[in-house]
Design a protein around this ligand. Structure first.
Ligand SMILES: [Zn+2]
Length: 136
């Protein structure tokens, strides 16, 4: 039986590493950023100062399309007030992000489902990229 789940309160702040400021500033504007290597051309996530594929330091922020598909997922029903869907989303640019699937019937979430980015705020107001199913 399906059920619509409401948003859960996000009372955990993300780890802020030096150099992550542009990522969270863009998220506050509703934009998802990725790092792209200027030498090998590949995107990566989480953001790093050195390309994890070719070790070049020529990495730059780029806007992601915000689209992808669910690579893996699970619905967590214990340990909090509301169930939530923890997932790896494979972005169209290639990287896989650990994230949440939101604004949907959690019982209908499936591997391979197309998703698009949406942003949810923590209790302190930090915007976090999460994903919601889309028809594409
Ligand atoms: Zn590279």
């Amino acid at each position: 039986m399906s059920k619509n789940f409401k948003d859960r309160e996000i009372n955990v702040e993300p780890a802020m590493n030096i150099g992550d400021e542009p990522y969270f500033a863009a998220a506050a504007e509703g934009r998802l950023l990725l790092k792209k290597c200027q030498d090998c051309g590949r995107h990566h996530h989480y953001p790093r100062g050195i390309c994890p594929f070719c070790f070049s330091s020529a990495v730059q922020w780029t806007d992601a399309a915000g689209k992808g598909s669910i690579y893996s997922c699970t619905v967590v029903r214990k340990g909090g007030s509301e169930p939530f869907c923890l997932a790896y989303v494979e972005l169209d640019e290639g990287p896989r992000m650990l994230t949440n699937i939101v604004d949907c019937d959690l019982d209908a979430v499936r591997i391979g489902q197309p998703v698009q980015v949406t942003f949810k705020k923590t209790v302190r107001g930090t915007s976090l990229p999460m994903f919601t199913p889309t028809d594409r």
